[in-house]
Design a protein around this ligand. Structure first.
Ligand code: SF4
Length: 471
């Protein structure tokens, strides 16, 4: 999908491969003509007929670049298909049904909807249609959102089990339901298997059976899909440094070691990762010249801008029917939490308690391993988005607790808040509206993160009424 064009540059959002690519006019012209099987001569002729002929050598160069960017089809049998599963990754589903409740239900594509439509006979929908249509605007894709009963998928039975699964077997469910919470990404060395941190029971399920002992089941799952996310050949480490994927893997390994060694929480793990990246680029970092006043000002104006942008999306999230009301509830809660966050800044920025650290390690490990952040302009930017997600998570957990006059937080509060934030930030409309803030997020939650963490209490607006106890 072409996102934007400016000054002869074409930006492509490659959703399948988790990245954005900028091509020049020539690269884009060739790419847009690669719409069918054709010989090189035919392609040269089609380019020439557009009024701007190209030499065969120049075409080879452009095709080489597109190939490196993995924008051209590669034959399946040339790719490595073995599963890459880190030994310490574990998961066992507890069949609690919680992931079939709330915002997880959609949006789904027409393709998924058509699978489920065949199972309508299993339902008692009182004549209601099973899906609602969400349309962002007329030119864009239509999304379907599954009808809910008290916010739960209509196929979820009272016993917490899926009716399609019970009556017709796991294979009958849409692939998106079968595959959750696994995430597969094709790399040159094999297919990475990671976990999407949206299982509401992850404090227990992520301690379950080792994924490497579930190889057969995972391979069977993979049979069900022809499309996999693909790791790019090159990765931007920072705004100014691009490296090959193989070089990135070495840096990533170093970061994983630092995460495993760390005895601190998420912000500190991110700071370690940031240091490793910076050591590879030789870029200067440090807190010289950064002042508390300046950082506070920048932080609050960023938080305010994010809240305003989220509020502007509310119209898009809210549907006419009340049945998918929950889609704007997450957004409302986060906006409210952001307006409260100046009151709890020392708590938000302080190190995570011990029982949260192991959870944050899994989150961070999976975020990197699943290459989830590569839609951002660079690895350093992706890390700063994870830092802001954690900031939102803690803000939200604290704000929710205060609403019910509770001054104790528990690990499940953090899990619930993280899932809410994670789902919101991966929504394509939210991503699009916050994308313009990428530079500011990287400045505050990347470069200034050690400073923020070190000065939390000074940033807080003191409020005598709230006095939180440990989680
Ligand atoms: S929330 Fe987690 S444990 Fe519960 S059914 Fe979903 S994947 Fe399984």
């Amino acid at each position: 999908m072409i996102e934007s064009t400016s000054a002869g540059k074409f930006e492509i959002r490659d959703a399948q491969n988790l990245r954005r690519i900028t091509l020049d006019r020539r690269g884009f012209e060739v790419l847009s003509l690669l719409d069918k099987r054709q010989t090189k001569e035919e392609l040269l002729q089609r380019i020439a007929s557009n009024g701007n002929p190209m030499s065969p050598e120049a075409l080879d160069r452009v095709l080489g670049v597109l190939m490196d960017l993995e924008l051209l089809d590669v034959k399946q049998d040339e790719q490595e298909t073995s599963l890459l599963i880190p030994r310490d990754l574990r998961f066992s589903c507890l069949a609690c049904g919680s992931c079939c409740v709330g915002v997880n239900i959609g949006p789904v594509s027409e393709e998924v909807a058509s699978v489920v439509r065949e199972d309508l006979a299993l339902l008692d929908t009182s004549g209601k249609p099973p899906f609602f249509v969400m349309e962002e605007d007329k030119e864009k894709e239509r999304f379907l959102v599954c009808q809910s009963r008290n916010g739960a998928c209509v196929f979820l039975d009272r016993d917490g089990l899926c009716r399609i699964h019970k009556q017709k077997g796991a294979q009958a469910k849409p692939w998106v339901c079968r595959v959750f919470p696994f995430r597969f990404v094709r790399t040159r060395r094999g297919i990475r298997v990671g976990l999407i941190p949206e299982c509401r029971n992850m404090l227990r399920s992520f301690k379950g059976k080792r994924l490497c002992e579930q190889n057969r089941e995972l391979e069977a799952l993979l049979q069900g899909t022809s499309k996999l996310a693909v790791a790019p050949g090159f990765i931007s480490l920072t705004k100014s440094k691009t490296i090959s994927f193989e070089e990135y893997e070495a840096i990533e390994e170093e970061i994983f070691k630092a995460i495993r060694r760390s005895r601190k929480g998420m912000f500190y793990q991110l700071i370690e990762a940031w240091k490793i990246i910076v050591s590879r680029t030789g870029e200067a970092v440090g807190s010289e010249g950064i002042t508390v006043e300046d950082t506070v000002h920048k932080l609050y104006s960023l938080v305010q801008e994010i809240a305003q942008r989220l509020v502007s999306l509310k119209g898009l999230f809210r549907q006419e029917t009340g049945e998918i009301r929950f889609h704007s509830e997450n957004l409302d809660m986060l906006v409210e939490a952001l307006s409260d966050c100046p009151l709890y800044m020392s708590k938000i920025l302080e190190d995570d308690p011990k029982n949260i650290r192991s959870f944050s390690k899994v989150i961070m490990f999976n975020y990197l391993w699943s290459l989830e952040g590569l839609e951002h302009r660079s690895v350093s930017s992706a890390l700063s988005w994870l830092a802001i997600s954690w900031f939102f998570t803690k803000s939200l957990a604290l704000s929710r607790a205060v609403k019910v006059h509770r001054f104790l937080l528990f690990p499940q509060d953090i899990v619930d808040a993280f899932i809410c934030v994670h789902m919101l930030l991966r929504n394509h409309r939210v991503k699009k509206t916050l994308q313009v803030l990428e530079e500011k997020v990287e400045e505050i939650f990347g470069q200034c993160l050690p400073f923020l963490v070190g000065h939390g209490p000074e940033i807080e607006i003191s409020d005598q009424k709230t006095d939180f106890h440990l989680f």
